[in-house]
Design a protein around this ligand. Structure first.
Ligand code: HEM
Length: 454
């Protein structure tokens, strides 16, 4: 008789049971914000706190999330902390834009992200993933930090889909400058948490100005060269994001530049994290991994068009979605209430900080059965329909929902299919990876894995 195996319990900080105190709070929030949550945060529909004198409401109830982020979204602005951290880097890009600028930019960008356009990028995603899998096969000792490797892969895919690898700078120098830029972006300065005035220098932010200038310079040069090509020989211009953006109506050159940088900032590390965590979780759940491998082996030969994989590879997609439930790459949606509001039994004062945390909602005891376990079947057709739209939020919800979600989903499934068709990934770290929230949720110390040919 076969016994059902116990699902894998995904490693996470153990919720504390005693208050952290002021110093402990600031220290934890600047080191690893997902450690600030006590056990109540995973049980209650909502919580109220007074953080650094700001009334703060943490909302877990799907109905209330809908009321805040959809029905009355206009009353909830992006939080100043996030803007302060990201705006110097992303400037007028969609993620950091507000008010009229946001509205106009979202309208201009919407036609770029149509299903047709995203499908058109699938062959480039597949080509880069295939080449990447080949490269991983010839690692000198068969081992690699897969967390880092996935950032290389998603960088490669972004380069191919944004610019068709046609940039004006040296590829290696550009990649290094981008890495420094993203590192700066991810650094939350304790001064930001304490709400210090903007004129106080943030040491982390001062580093790497030169590389940012270089990075922006290459993007501006690449745009200019493409614009000239589109004027002189439109047929020769590749059908990538850059061409689509240059054709979009209503955006100035500097706004296009800001949005390209925003796509890199918002789409590179997030997708890499989701891929890394999926490969890790599957390595710890061999039965689930077998289902994914069997599906890929059975279906890929009959599906030449990679744009169809997202809707056909159910187990692969379910594993990816379940990994984003347990380790949401963007673990917090932070807003500030512009005016006082009442939602259910919650009184929200004007100026309150309102937090919808996928990290909490996705692990909430009232919303999920065995919330800490890796159970991809939750997301298989037939089960997935019973998941409330407002209890699963890896891409957010409402007017500011991730504009790149279909790009990321398509990329995730294509990359997993092509990596796992060829290779098997086994975690070889001495200890389980420990999740740390920087801007994304990342494994401290990486994901050391043995990569072998299947
Ligand atoms: C697994 C990958 C990804 C995850 C988990 C993710 C997650 C999110 C989330 C949660 C938001 C909403 C933030 C909020 O409401 O506060 C968001 C917004 C955004 N994302 Fe993504 N994202 C991913 C990939 C991408 C990609 C590939 C792109 C671009 C190509 C992208 C571009 C954006 C932009 C521009 C916004 C701002 C939208 C707006 O404010 O109108 N993201 N993302």
């Amino acid at each position: 008789m076969q016994t059902a195996t116990v699902p894998f319990r995904a490693p996470a900080p153990i919720p504390h049971t005693k208050p952290l105190g002021f110093a402990g709070f600031v220290w934890t929030a600047s080191r690893n914000p997902i450690e600030i949550w006590g056990s109540r945060a995973f049980k209650e529909p909502w919580l109220r706190a007074n953080w650094l004198s700001v009334p703060t409401i943490i909302v877990n109830d799907p109905k209330a999330i809908r009321a805040l982020l959809v029905d009355n979204a206009r009353n909830y602005a992006m939080q100043p902390l996030r803007q302060r951290v990201l705006r110097p880097m992303l400037r007028d890009g969609l993620l950091t834009a507000e008010g009229e600028l946001w509205k106009r930019t979202r309208k201009s960008l919407a036609p770029v992200f149509t299903p047709r356009n995203i499908h058109a990028l699938a062959p480039a995603m597949a080509e880069r993933s295939r080449l990447f899998a080949e490269g991983l096969e010839s690692l000198p000792d068969g081992r690699a930090d897969i967390a880092f490797q996935m950032t290389l892969l998603t960088y490669d895919i972004l380069q191919a889909t944004l610019f068709s690898n046609d940039i004006t700078g040296e590829p290696k120098e550009f990649a290094e400058a981008m890495e420094l830029f993203l590192k700066r972006m991810g650094r939350v300065d304790p001064l930001d948490i304490l709400d210090a005035p903007a004129f106080l220098p943030r040491i982390g932010r001062l580093l790497g100005q030169r590389s940012t200038n270089y990075f922006r310079g290459v993007i501006a040069g690449t745009m200019e060269r493409r614009r000239r090509l589109m004027e002189t020989d439109p047929q020769a211009a590749p059908n990538d994001f850059l061409t689509m953006l240059l054709k979009a109506e209503g955006l100035s050159a500097s706004e296009i530049e800001d949005n390209i940088i925003t796509f890199i900032g918002a789409g590179h590390e997030t997708t890499a994290r989701a891929l890394g965590w999926t490969l890790y979780l599957l390595s710890q759940a061999p039965e689930e991994r077998e289902k994914v491998e069997a599906e890929i082996d059975a279906l890929l030969p009959g599906l030449p068009d990679p744009a169809t994989w997202l809707d056909s590879l159910h187990h692969t997609r379910a594993a990816f979605e379940e990994a984003m439930r347990l380790y949401p790459p963007a673990p917090s949606l932070n807003r500030t209430a512009l005016e006082a509001d009442r939602v259910g039994d919650m009184d929200i004062p004007a100026g309150a900080s309102v937090l919808v945390m996928p990290w909490l909602v996705h692990r909430h005891e009232l919303l999920w059965e065995n919330p800490l376990d890796f159970v991809p079947s939750r997301f298989l057709p037939g089960n997935r329909e019973s998941i409330d739209r407002f209890q699963y939020l890896p891409f957010g919800v409402g007017p500011r929902v991730c504009i790149g979600s279909s790009f990321a989903m398509q990329e995730g499934v294509i990359a997993l299919a092509l990596l796992m068709r060829r290779l098997r990934f086994d975690y070889v770290g001495e200890k389980p990876p420990y999740p740390v929230q920087k801007i994304t949720v990342q494994p401290r110390g990486g994901l050391p894995m043995r990569v072998s040919r299947r």
